[in-house]
Structure formats: structure tokens, C-alpha cells
Design a protein around this ligand. Structure first.
Ligand code: FES
Length: 173
């Protein structure tokens, strides 16, 4: 794609992560000063079982070019089975997303534990590289032009990897 975007395009990635594993793994990646793309904005939730698939639709509506969903490995969920529910839900939702016109290549699902800072770094860097290759998600914005809201200004001033703590928002259970 989009060689005209490749030099200037900075993907906007929204990551929905669980508090207990992936958020801690992302924090570990930061405190370990692993070299990571700074294009990801993290939204922390108690568990992947709390992630409503409509959150993903909203993220795209509001300007995300890609979405990451990540939580505890199977059998490690802090709430016993939340990630199993999430896995089943997203298996179904995957088809619905395609029906809605969402390109599945723009969604990344992974399991990252609290000790896997290096894996989180890889997930981030690979996702950003993939989305950079795909280009801005203008096709989705064309589907719902009225829904697009400006991306928070902070994203426009992206700083080099490692110079900035990941922004986090918490959603109550
Ligand atoms: Fe991490 Fe449930 S607490 S997926």
C-alpha cells in the first residue's frame, strides 16, 4: 500500500488490555526501556472478559487505524475464565466485524503475561509495522464519516519510543 503514506503516516493504535497481565507486561516493557513504537494508546480494563466488542468499533469510529486486544494467557486469568469468554466472544465477533466492513488485518489479539515485556514490545512493533503497511483506515472512516472524532491532540505530538510513559485509561468493571 500507500507508498505515499509510508514516510509520513503514523498509525494510531488503540490497545485494550487487562490490568493483571498485559498492562503489567507493558509497564515492564517501559521500565525495561525496551525500544517500542509510541503509536499505541492503552486502555486498561480489569479483564479481557470486560472488553465489549463495541469498544473496538468505537475505537475505529474515533480514528484508530488498528486495535490490539491482549490479556492473560489461557488458564492465567485473574478472574478464572474471563479470557476464555473473551476468546469465544471475539471468535464470533470476528465475522460480525467483517460484515460491518472492518478489515480483520487491523485487529491483533494476543496473550501477554506480566513477565512478558519483550513479547509486548514485539506485539506493538509488529502491529505498528503491519498497520503502517496497510495505511490509514480511510475505508472505515468513509463508512461512518459522521462518527469520526478528532484523535486526542497528544497523539499528534508523538515522542520517540522510550521517552514517554504509555497513556492509560481505566474502565470500571
Ligand atoms: Fe487478565 Fe482476565 S484478568 S484476562
Amino acid at each position: 500500500m500507500n507508498s505515499q503514506h509510508s514516510d509520513t503516516f503514523e498509525p494510531r493504535i488503540t490497545a485494550f488490555v487487562c490490568n493483571w497481565c498485559t498492562y503489567t507486561g507493558a509497564d515492564l516493557a517501559g521500565t525495561s526501556r525496551l525500544h517500542m513504537a509510541s503509536n499505541v494508546r492503552i486502555i486498561r480494563l480489569p479483564c479481557t472478559g470486560r472488553i465489549d466488542p463495541l469498544f473496538i468499533v468505537k475505537a475505529f469510529e474515533r480514528g484508530a487505524d488498528g486495535v490490539i486486544v491482549s490479556g492473560c494467557h489461557p488458564a492465567d486469568c485473574h478472574y478464572t475464565s474471563g479470557n476464555y469468554h473473551a476468546r469465544r466472544r471475539f471468535a464470533v465477533f470476528h465475522d460480525i466485524m467483517q460484515f460491518l466492513g472492518v478489515d480483520p488485518r487491523r485487529m491483533t489479539f494476543s496473550w501477554v503475561s506480566a513477565s512478558e515485556g519483550a513479547k509486548w514490545k514485539d506485539v506493538v512493533n509488529e502491529t505498528v509495522a503491519n498497520i503502517r503497511e496497510l495505511g490509514p483506515y480511510e475505508a472505515y472512516r468513509a463508512l461512518a464519516p459522521d462518527a469520526v472524532e478528532p484523535w486526542p491532540e497528544a497523539v499528534d505530538g508523538l515522542t520517540p519510543a522510550g521517552d514517554q510513559e504509555p497513556a492509560a485509561k481505566e474502565v470500571a468493571s
